[in-house]
Design a binder for this molecule. Structure first.
Ligand code: DC
Length: 221
């Protein structure tokens, strides 16, 4: 199984880099943040308070989740747009901090990768917890102002100041939580994308994947 793990804070370029890297390598891409967002969406839609740990955990085990290329279908309902909205964005941190939800999502992520023989998988704990044997672990970062600018550009209706404040709040929640906080895996390649063009980042990562894959083949005889 060939997994490429991409972790890092919001706005570090994970999604753009992950999608394009998957394209270049002919692998499938999985956005695990969208899975936590889908659980938050299902809770809100089902009238379950996102802070009620046990009902949310049960719901996370029960729902049918179809992760497509840029689309997310929850129990047959296309949630691709709504999971990016403010309501889900506000609720998702507490859902992602729920240890039982995390256990369920980890199991689903591993099953997803096993079915496909690997893929480019993006999140916060992919290299550190979910796929410790990933061929390549990338930890993307960028200056907070640059990350907020990128996010604000993505969502045209949002003010820069609000985006920056929301990003700072989510960074703190993701890094400060007890279960699988955002950390760099010991063996992750840390890449600061602040001044980098996307093609530079991609060329660098494709080179690393090729190197690692060749080394692994030698190791495996
Ligand atoms: O990447 P994103 O903004 O769509 O992530 C949504 C939330 O889910 C965010 O609070 C971080 C969390 N998350 C996580 O805890 N673990 C992951 N593997 C992916 C996302």
């Amino acid at each position: 199984m060939r997994v490429i793990a991409i972790d890092g804070p919001a706005g570090s370029g994970k999604s753009t880099v992950g999608r394009m890297l998957a394209d270049r390598l002919g692998l499938t891409y999985l956005d695990t943040g969208a899975m936590y967002r889908a659980v938050a969406f299902a809770a809100i839609r089902g009238g379950v308070d996102p802070v009620d740990a046990e009902p949310v955990a049960q719901l996370s085990r029960r729902i049918d989740l179809q992760m497509g290329n840029g689309s997310v279908v929850v129990d047959g309902v296309d949630a691709s747009v709504e999971i990016r909205g403010p309501e889900v964005s506000r609720a998702v941190s507490v859902v992602a901090a729920n240890p039982e939800v995390r256990a369920e999502m980890r199991a689903r992520q591993r099953a997803w990768a096993t079915e496909r023989g690997g893929g480019v998988i993006e999140g916060r704990d992919i290299g550190s917890v979910v796929f410790p044997d990933a061929v390549l672990k990338v930890y993307l970062t960028a200056d907070p102002e640059v990350r907020a600018q990128r996010r604000a550009k993505e969502m045209t209706d949002l003010e820069y100041d609000n985006v920056a404040a929301d990003l700072a709040r989510r960074d703190a929640a993701d890094q400060g939580r007890t279960h699988s906080p955002l950390v760099e895996a010991d063996d992750a390649v840390v890449l600061d994308t602040t001044g980098m063009e996307i093609d530079e980042v991609l060329d660098h990562l494709v080179g690393l994947v090729e190197e690692r894959t060749a080394a692994r083949r030698v190791d495996e005889g």
